[in-house]
Unconditional design. Sequence first.
Length: 121
Amino acid sequence: MDITTHLSEALSRYLDVTSNEMKLTASNLANVDTPGYKTQGLNFSEAFRDALRDIDSEKTVSSGAHVYNVDGLVARPDGNNVSMDRESLDLAKEQLQFRTGVELLKREYARTMSAIHADAK
């Protein structure tokens, strides 16, 4: 028996895209001392839009098409342009996004379970 709803599936995709964004930020942070490394970003709105479009086809979320090199950042003499401050701020934002998605998903499942239990009475 499948108890997922369209909203729960959309929230699941939201968490997948947010997780991919967090992985990209972690990769930027891990490469802060790598000479020539360029900061990468994820176009969240496009990735999420594609993830929602793919719900019916049951495709998995792929962030590769929405990754880009971030322009306009100050590069050090070794060519690396990762900013710890920028990445830390992005990671904090992504953590809030993820926690919000988890709370919304918990509420959706609670609503679904409440409907199931109401029918049993």
